[in-house]
Design a protein around this ligand. Structure first.
Ligand SMILES: *Cc1c(COP(=O)(O)O)cnc(C)c1O
Length: 406
């Protein structure tokens, strides 16, 4: 029976029966060596493990990791899932699985920056060419080359949350004979379903919302049956496995993903509307806001929004955005997002975009709205704007000694 996503999060990847009762959660199984009853059984299992998921050696995954794989597969609606030590390694191994020297990949201008660097650095050194298309995908067709074998999608994109029309992009790519891989970290399997919209591969940084507690790193890649063998092949060739303890933590986090996401969304929308009304703010980037360029696609394809939003400052002195962030007390300053806590970082849009020209736009602040009370978060942001105003009036050192970091 196919259940809705909130039900899958609770009932997916449960413990299997043992003698007597069974725990709610699958047991934590730590293993390198796996024992067999006979040489014949060992030979038989090894013969089958290329195509079947069998517990034969720790590097091929443990029952704890398998339970998490199953849960992700159910959520993403794919054939099977592999786990990777980080979200970045999930993206990197997806690229390596799909591309050979001499081939070409197209990535969106709004791609997560380390993936941009991987494509222009490592892939280029290994004879795989990379090009970039606009975050909304309008120029994709024109940028295809005969040797384009993969179209990579990230929607909404990193930092400014550009939406693209994935079904349209998948149509163009597939007619060209290229695969489509989507970074689904923003959607986290709940808000967006790339495989249902035409992608062949969906990957996520489980580091973010799936784990949800800022204490574990992991990546997931779920593929259709056709795209699966190449992906599994590269993961086996490189000996990629995750710690069962980490798999346990991610699965534990996922049980409450639905409840957390609803709260992140509520808080982010309250903060976004408040920011839109501030004189200091030129633009708020969040596709859930009416008026955002991606709003129509968001309404069509997404099932809600998360805790992420960015905003550009109107005219501001150099260093103003940093000064604003430094004077927030509740927002941590740090990489990543998707945990229970609020974060604020400076976004260097000029370094993060090559197709879209950001040179005329103001400094951008990226917020992750955590599970705190949104009134407290808004009061904190108001203090940040007050510090910015003092800086404009008296210079950067006259911050009035308010509540601040460190
Ligand atoms: C964070 C992130 C990643 C990488 O995940 P890590 O686990 O930090 O390596 C990949 N894609 C997107 C969109 C991300 O935000």
């Amino acid at each position: 029976m196919t259940h809705r996503p909130l039900t899958r999060l609770v009932h997916g990847g449960r413990a299997t029966a043992v003698d007597g009762g069974r725990p709610v959660n699958p047991p934590l199984v730590r293993a390198s060596t796996v024992l067999f009853d006979s040489t014949a059984q060992m030979r038989e299992m090894r013969g089958r493990r290329g195509s079947e998921r069998l517990f034969t050696y720790g590097a091929r995954g443990t029952p704890t990791a398998f339970a998490l794989e199953d849960m992700v597969t159910e959520l993403e609606g794919g054939y099977r899932t592999r786990l990777f030590p980080t979200g970045l390694s999930a993206a990197a191994m997806t690229l390596l699985a799909c591309l050979r020297p001499g081939q070409h990949v197209l990535l969106p201008d709004c791609v997560y920056e380390p993936v941009r660097r991987l494509a222009t650095g490592f892939l280029a050194q290994h004879g795989i060419a990379a090009g970039f298309y606009a975050g909304d995908g309008h120029d994709l067709q024109a940028r295809l080359r005969p040797e384009t074998r993969l179209v990579y999608v990230e929607t909404p994109g990193s930092l400014a949350y550009e939406m693209c029309d994935l079904p349209a992009i998948a149509g163009i790519a597939h007619r060209h004979g290229a695969l489509v891989a989507a970074d689904n970290t923003w959607g986290s399997g709940l808000l967006y379903r790339p495989l249902a919209l035409g992608a062949d591969i969906s990957l996520m940084a489980a580091t973010k919302y799936l784990s949800g507690h800022s204490d574990v790193m992991m990546g997931t890649v779920c593929a259709t049956e056709a795209a699966w063998p190449a992906l599994a092949g590269v993961a086996d060739a490189f000996g990629i496995a995750v710690s069962p303890d980490d798999a346990y933590l991610v699965q534990r986090g996922m049980r409450t993903l639905g409840a957390r996401m609803a709260q992140h969304e509520r808080g982010a929308l309250v903060v976004a509307r408040w920011l839109q009304a501030r004189a200091e703010v030129a633009e708020v980037f969040c596709p859930a806001l009416p008026g955002d360029p991606g709003h129509a696609l968001w309404r069509r394809d997404c099932h809600g929004t998360n805790g992420l939003l960015s905003f550009a400052l109107r005219e501001a002195a150099p260093g103003a955005a940093g000064h604003f962030i430094d004077h927030l007390a509740l927002f941590g300053i740090g990489a990543s997002w998707g945990g229970f806590e609020s974060l604020a970082v400076l976004a260097d849009m000029r370094g993060a975009r090559s197709v879209t020209d950001w040179s005329a736009r103001g400094q951008v602040v990226r917020l992750h709205i955590g599970l705190e009370d949104s009134d407290d978060l808004i009061a904190d942001l108001a203090r940040g704007f007050e510090a910015m105003a003092r800086m404009a009036a008296y210079g950067i050192d006259s911050d009035g000694g308010g509540e601040q970091h460190q």
